[in-house]
Design a binder for this molecule. Structure first.
Ligand code: ADP
Ligand code: MG
Length: 252
């Protein structure tokens, strides 16, 4: 299996002079092409910071990040921005969407900015994605007229517009009830089955148990890993139990 991303001994520090602190303290990790992974760990352990480092959103103070065989430190700001825009999709706990635009326009806005000439294709791509995640009938709705779960689906559509190699999700189910969270995981599973790598940061063992590899962080370090067979719709209880046992074992 080929590695899509390699993080090699990543150090990320915040603060000045004597106050400086390593939020990532020598983290080595990887994500295979098409892999479905989760990152778990206590609040403040560095999960979001790791996601920002692996996606080139933030630079690192030590070590390196390689994405599709390119060392991110060798890329200029524009190249990095292009890479993020064309190869990566991002989903957060709350999607940032504009209140004065409807759902469809919010989904297509970033792509339209890039390539206005292609408007018809962009719109049909958005409609196809909306249909796939079950929000086709909501395209004209204002973002205040849909549920949190529906808004998250719209965020996923927006993240998928450029057919990225990977979707990064930082607590994407964090604001949803458990039923909506599992529906969202069905969507991530489908996206992954189509070959897109997915990396989710989550607190929720039920969410992590849907992935095939879970990385555990504590105090800016990788402290454990759990591999699971690819989820095939069965044995959720057994999977969740394995996650909980591992969490207990490493004390998070
Ligand atoms: P997690 O996502 O695991 O909750 P984060 O990666 O967000 O943790 O943060 C890890 C630590 O780094 C926290 O202590 C946080 O306060 C600190 N931190 C994160 N971003 C910054 C920043 N931009 N400036 C200063 N400290 C930061
Ligand atoms: Mg976080």
């Amino acid at each position: 299996m080929k590695k899509l991303i390699i993080g090699d001994d990543i150090v990320k520090s915040f603060g000045e002079g004597g106050e400086q602190r390593n939020v990532l303290d020598g983290v080595s990790t990887y994500i295979h092409e098409g892999e479905f992974v989760a990152v778990m760990g206590p609040s403040g352990s560095g999960k979001s910071t790791l996601m920002f480092a692996l996606s080139g959103t933030d630079g690192v103070n030590g070590g390196k990040v390689v994405f599709e065989d390119k060392d991110l430190s060798t890329l200029g700001e524009n190249e990095l921005a292009d890479m993020r825009r064309t190869k990566m999709g991002f989903v957060f706990q709350q999607p940032t969407m504009l209140k004065n635009l409807n759902i469809l326009d919010n989904i297509i806005l970033p792509s339209m900015r890039d390539n206005r000439k292609n408007a018809a294709n962009i719109t049909s791509k958005a409609r196809e994605l909306m249909k796939r995640v079950g929000i086709a009938e909501l395209e004209k709705r204002n973002i205040t007229q849909v549920s949190g779960g529906q808004l998250q689906r719209a965020g996923i559509c927006r993240a998928l517009m450029n057919n990225p190699s990977i979707i990064f999700g930082d607590e994407p189910t964090g604001a949803l009830n458990s039923i909506s969270a599992q529906e969202m995981m069905d969507i991530f599973s489908e996206i992954n089955a189509d070959g897109t790598a997915v990396m989710l940061v989550t607190h929720d063992a039920q969410v992590a148990a849907r992935t095939e590899r879970i990385m555990f962080m504590r105090d800016g370090k990788m402290v454990g890993e759990l591999k699971l067979p690819k989820f095939a719709g069965t044995d959720m209880d057994g999977r969740v139990k394995k996650v909980m046992v591992k969490m207990q074992e490493i004390g998070i």
